[in-house]
Design a protein around this ligand. Sequence first.
Ligand SMILES: [Zn+2]
Length: 554
Amino acid sequence: MKSRTSRVLCLFLFVAAVSTAATASQITGPQVPRTVAESTDYDATSRYADVMAFIRQLQRLSPLVRVETLCASAEGRDVPLLVVGKPVPASPNALHSDPRIVVYIQANIHAGEVEGKEASLMLVRDIVLDPGAPYLDKIVLVVAPIFNADGNERISPENRSDQPGPKQGVGVRHNGQNLDLNRDSMKLESPELRGMVRNVLVRWDPLIAVDCHTTDGAYHEETVTWSWAVNPNGDLPLLEYQRQKMFPAVNAIMKDKYRTPGLGYGMFKDFRAPEKGWATFEPQPRYVTNYIGLRNRLSILDENYVHADFKTRVTGNYVFLKAVLDYAVLHSDEILRLTAEADRRAVSRGLAPKEADGFGIDFDLLALPDPITVHSYEMQIVERPGTWPEIKKTDRKKTWTVPYFADYRIKRSVRFPFAYLLPGTQADVAAKLLEHGITAERLEEPVRLEVQTFMPKDVKGADRLYQGHRMNTLRGDYTLETVDFPAGTIVVRTAQALGVLAAYLLEPESDDGLAVWNFFDRDIVPQWGRGYQAYPVRKLLQPANLATRTIKGD
Ligand SMILES: [Zn+2]
């Protein structure tokens, strides 16, 4: 019985290996797991138990899949992280002097946007069961198919009801703490994001990461839209590489190999006047894609087209992931070199920051040199007094070739320092930096230094709460002063691969720093009286030799 089954399986695998099918799996057989999307003819999506059963079934068929725990969710679910390799590495240490690169696929961060969950499971299955699949010679895949497991389990047809399928419903956007996980990369308040940073980014150091979503807006024919990390404080050569080389090359693979055109992510700046242009998403690193970009890694936002039917969306996501892997296989040596160079640039920048070396705190969004072509439709706008107008798609196709606003430029910047110094009592801030994988130290002896101090003159908390915070905007003046720092003072040098991330978290006027997320509220507002107190993080602009000891994480 057993041997007959495995002969049948071998035959299926052989058929799969010789077929040149570019899209959905040809691998079938009595034991080969199928996703809930496939087995219900795209009427339903997988629940947590379905995902875990699929993974276990796959492990019974292949030694190439290992399961780690990304985190325990707020509701106590073990969020699975698949490590897929040939051979599967026992730990990241096994990858030292291994030419394979790690690619991370994250799905279901918004659990109403479920295509990535189905597509990533299908992809892992098809790769490990197809001996002809080329990817694992060059790549170790790390996959979180159900990143927001708690949100996933709130499946209801009421969620995202404008989306055509799956009929049996999808989960919700937020996690078990009512947080939007794609706004949590800087403050790290969720177990999912803390788990991603620690157990994926720090542990496996993926050189490419893909975060899978579904669009909410515009009508167009393209079923896959996507973007690179757009924050201009990131390593610029890496940003330009993604924009100028990787983006067109992956789109070409999508079109030529998979007959699925890809489109730069965005929406019309003005839906009443599409000719004004197509604009990308916000630049802040609270978005996972931008956050990973700030860490000097290639980072991709995938947005599946909401108005396509569920099967089309899953298939589009599946071939997009394949196209990214096709590109990664062809360019793995180049990607290793470019990301290592970006890390080295970050360190040397922090060793001797120049006066002209700025950290951006305000940005302009400019159009790229080349326009973008969006295969859209003529729209009908129905005005609704007192609320947003309804935008209806007509059947009349209309192709727009318009400016693509996807080039953020730094409009206002502050000095990029040699180091930041914080009072030794700011242990919670130091712990947060360590959660990000940033190196922080403490002074071993007192030292007198000339530093730049920020004195707030205007601190505005937002009227409306957002993610449990009244997000701050700080404005003020920088002055140079000589300060005596006692032993125990926390020191964060920018000469580290994550130096820009440290600046993003610690700069007082940063648009997504810890000050924005209320970490310094009690420091800058005095107990009584008016006005403000100095921002507690001082900036050491010039290099100095300091006797310090590294703070150890837990
Ligand atoms: Zn989303």
